[in-house]
Design a binder for this molecule. Structure first.
Ligand code: FAD
Length: 381
């Protein structure tokens, strides 16, 4: 057994940490205040290959392992948690395209994602169907050789800013097998958008997207008709572990700041770190972060080694966001009144990280996956 990163992974992590500290961190709080997606962010990240991590080199990507994508999310998450959405979205979407699209489609779609000029989003959730996504209703109505999309998607990350979307639409009967995936140009006049006013991740934003007869053809269909739901869900199996590491990066940054504060701040004539009431929560959270990080990395390592990893990814998704919220909250308290001020990034991290306890599936959904793995399919509700 070997717990260390190899030389290449270590060098990559160092490079992403340096880039994130220098290029991303200075914008974390100002982008939140502006509450608008800054396109330069995608271009800056693409400059280091971070939007093309899971894209083959022939299409302009890095052809990186899932573990590398996770390490990138963790390092970026320390500096600018919201920038990790660009890694999470592009990793998930390019994985779906790489596994299912034709060579012609890959050549047309992937280079723009890799170079940051195409910001993609993924449209699954609808006003009436979130967790129960397989019941989605947005219809692909047959029209000549193709279809017209009719219906609403909601709660879509980067929904206001995205250029293209993977849209899950019903082409057949009820259930998962009646759903197909399309690569849709969001600049079409039949697409309208309305923004959410969110608690956190305001620089990324969520939106509702209305499709009013949006034309799509066979050239826009990803994979086979009726395979869309399953292929996107397979992508979630690893994007959930990447999300876990993104959240843990934000938690680790907060823990580092609180640890330094415990050394520097004095009360009752000594550093507050000498009080067990301050030091023990830091020690506990360092332990939990280490444990959760291992779960996330194990899921990604299994993905890289073609081993079943749904349960580990679900453990990562249910545990890491919740743990990170708890850690960040405790760190905010350790920083005292300064932690409560918007001068510190800790409060913003708390607002931002909470969202990924819901996005990409709630903790309950993850626990359904884990319990099905434990008990067997016969015990699934
Ligand atoms: C920050 C953020 C980003 C998002 N980004 C995207 C995106 O890019 N694309 C996209 O398509 N969607 C996105 N979503 C939507 C997200 O995937 C859904 O919100 C999520 O799947 C839950 O659906 P819902 O909100 O409709 O809750 P519901 O499905 O209505 O569930 C409400 C509550 O009931 C619980 N529940 C439901 N069913 C069960 C069950 N069987 N057992 C136990 N508990 C259950 C849920 O866990 C939840 O706590 C995002 C959401 C957030 C907050």
């Amino acid at each position: 057994m070997d717990y260390s990163l190899d030389e290449e992974q270590e060098a990559f992590r160092t490079e992403v940490r340096r880039f994130s500290g220098k290029v991303l961190a200075p914008h974390y709080q100002s982008d939140d205040k502006a509450a608008e997606f800054r396109r330069q962010l995608a271009l800056d990240m693409a400059g280091l290959g971070l939007t093309g991590l899971r894209i083959p080199e022939e299409y302009g990507g890095q052809d990186a392992t899932a573990v590398i994508a996770g390490l990138a999310a963790e390092e970026v998450g320390r500096a600018d948690f919201n920038a990790t959405y660009l890694i999470i979205n592009t990793a998930l979407i390019s994985d779906v395209i790489v596994r299912n699209a034709t060579d012609e489609q890959k050549a047309a779609w992937l280079p723009g994602i890799a170079d940051g000029t195409t910001v993609p989003c993924i449209c699954i959730t609808e006003p009436g169907h979130g967790t129960d996504a397989a019941s989605l209703e947005l219809k692909a109505v047959p029209d000549g050789e193709g279809w017209r999309l009719q219906g609403e998607k909601t709660s879509i990350t980067l929904g206001m800013a995205a250029d293209r979307a993977v849209v899950l639409a019903r082409t057949g009967g009820p259930g998962a097998r009646g759903v197909s995936a399309f690569w849709v140009d969001l600049s079409h006049e039949s697409v309208s958008r309305s923004a959410f006013d969110d608690l956190g991740s305001r620089a990324i934003g969520r939106a509702s997207l209305h499709f009013d007869g949006t034309p799509v053809t066979r050239a826009d269909l990803i994979g086979n008709e009726g395979d869309g739901f399953v292929s996107v869900m397979q992508g979630f199996d690893y994007s959930r572990a990447i999300i876990g590491l993104a959240c843990l990066g934000a938690a680790q940054a907060s823990l580092d700041e609180a640890t330094q504060w415990a050394r520097d701040r004095e009360a009752f004539g000594q550093p507050i770190g000498r009080f067990q009431g301050v030091a023990f929560p830091l020690a506990e959270h360092a332990t939990y972060i280490t444990g959760a990080r291992h779960v996330c990395l194990e899921a990604l390592w299994k993905k890289d080694n073609d081993l079943e990893h749904s349960a580990e990814a679900a453990m990562a998704k249910f545990w890491a966001p919740k743990l990170s919220v708890d850690v960040i909250h405790q760190c905010l308290l350790t920083l005292g009144h300064l932690g409560y001020s918007t001068e510190s990034p800790v409060g913003q991290r708390l607002r931002d990280v909470i969202g990924l306890g819901i996005g990409d599936g709630t903790a309950q959904v993850s626990k359904l996956v884990i319990s099905r793995d434990l008990l067997g399919r016969a015990y699934a509700p």
